[in-house]
Design a protein around this ligand. Structure first.
Ligand SMILES: Cc1cc2nc3c(=O)[nH]c(=O)nc-3n(C[C@H](O)[C@H](O)[C@H](O)COP(=O)(O)O)c2cc1C
Length: 405
């Protein structure tokens, strides 16, 4: 049996958070997560201002199996808003499996935020160690800058894990500024996984540059080094790793899994083209039946959701807030340009999602609205073909180096 089909047999089962707590992810007496834990085969990345409740609702209508991440929520926000938490942490039960990503650099506040989030029954808690934004890494001292202090991350992860019953994970870069050698990355993973119960790492496979470039440039200028990711798989066989960064098609997701990745996380492509990425996840990655929905049916379900949450918190969310993730649903389809122009005008006068659709959807031909997702588009299926020849030299822990000297 090949590695992929083997993994499909033991992929995480989508228990409700309640069942999950009772069964598959229970910690052993030593506090170590049960061995059966495997990370999601496919997940949509946490993205500030993008993966909000509205986007996640759309994503879940299109794919039943993709794991969804929240936007990063700062631990201080959770602690300070403890009487107003629904606004930051509430989600509909349909969104399971869902991971809460928190950010922070104060252990007490990370622990408290985790404890407060328990009432919402997220399926996993993830710590952001990859955000390069000056607001986060500079003034906040968290995000990617945490990679420079692996001991702190290990202690923070222990505190987070001590306050929840669900698995914990870290999302990080492959390095920061000049701290970008493979050995430094391994030192980070080694320290965090040996001191804390963290067994799952999501690796955005480019380093972060903390001085001088914007967060957006930090997602394109530093080169992708997938060889570091595959080096980690080789050197830490007891841990699980999800690959992230620059993967843009279902063919590439399957290529990464075939090359040994335990999971694949996609960010921008899943937001910019949700229909063609998420529409294939259930069938082409999980081997499960498709929802079979057309885009018209997706929009009908979304309209029901949208009108039920409109102006739930004072004047927010607005029609524009709720429609925002839909604006990419017709990516490169006939009528897309006209629909966006009509949408711009409709934002000014529509007061419900229903009326917004009535005013704009005639821009999209019925053939587009009423077709199920098309054949899999081609991708770079050979993206990882040569990876074994590029791997860095195997990691030796500091102790091994001392012993060998
Ligand atoms: C608009 C935007 C917001 C993001 N916000 C976060 C965030 O809150 N937390 C995080 O860990 N990464 C964040 N990221 C990074 C993504 O999670 C992901 O690591 C990155 O986009 C690379 O994956 P991709 O090439 O598939 O997009 C963000 C990315 C984008 C585009």
């Amino acid at each position: 049996m090949d590695r992929l089909s083997n993994r499909n047999l033991c992929r995480p089962i989508f228990f409700s958070a309640h069942t999950q707590k009772q069964n598959s992810y229970r910690k052993s007496e030593s506090g170590v997560l049960a061995k059966c834990y495997l990370p999601p085969l496919f997940s949509v990345a946490p993205m500030m201002d993008w993966t909000d409740n509205h986007y996640r609702t759309l994503a879940r209508i299109i794919s039943k199996h993709a794991w969804l991440y929240t936007e990063m929520v700062a631990s201080e926000t959770i602690v300070h808003q403890k009487d107003n938490l629904d606004r930051f942490l509430e989600f509909s039960p349909d969104q399971h499996p869902i991971v809460l990503q928190i950010g922070g650099s104060n252990i007490e506040s990370l622990a408290k935020a985790t404890e407060l989030s328990n009432a919402y029954c997220y399926d996993e808690i993830n710590l952001n160690c990859g955000c390069p934004s000056p607001k986060v890494a500079g003034h906040g001292g968290f995000g990617a800058s945490l990679m420079l202090d692996p001991k702190f991350v290990a202690e923070a992860m222990s505190a987070i894990a001590a306050n929840t019953n669900v698995p914990v994970s870290v999302k990080c870069r492959i390095g920061v500024d000049d701290h970008d050698s493979y050995d430094e990355l391994c030192d980070f993973i080694c320290m965090v996984s040996s001191i804390s119960p963290t067994k799952h790492f999501i690796i955005h496979s480019r380093k972060a540059l903390l001085n001088g470039i914007s967060p957006a440039e930090n997602r394109s200028i530093p080169p992708l080094k997938y060889e570091y990711f595959y080096g980690l798989l080789r050197d830490f066989p007891n841990l699980t790793f999800t690959i992230n960064g620059g993967i843009t098609s279902v063919g590439e997701i399957n290529a990464a899994l075939e090359a040994g990745a335990h999971g694949v996380m996609i960010g921008r492509a899943a937001y910019n083209n949700p229909w063609h990425i998420l529409g294939h996840v259930d069938t082409a990655i999980y081997g499960e039946p498709s929802t079979g929905l057309t885009r018209r049916q997706v929009l009908e379900k979304y309209q029901y959701y949208g009108d039920s949450v409109l102006r739930k918190y004072g004047h927010r969310p607005t029609v524009r807030d709720i429609v925002k993730p839909l604006l990419n649903l017709f990516h490169s389809a006939p009528g897309n340009g006209l629909w966006k122009r009509k949408a711009d005008a409709a934002f000014r006068n529509c007061t419900t999602i229903k009326s917004f659709f009535e005013e704009t959807l005639d821009a999209i031909p019925d053939s587009v609205l009423d077709s199920p997702v098309a054949e899999l588009p081609p991708g770079r299926e050979d993206l990882f073909a040569n990876i074994d020849n590029l791997l860095p030299a195997p990691y030796r822990t500091r102790e091994e180096i001392v012993i060998c000297a």
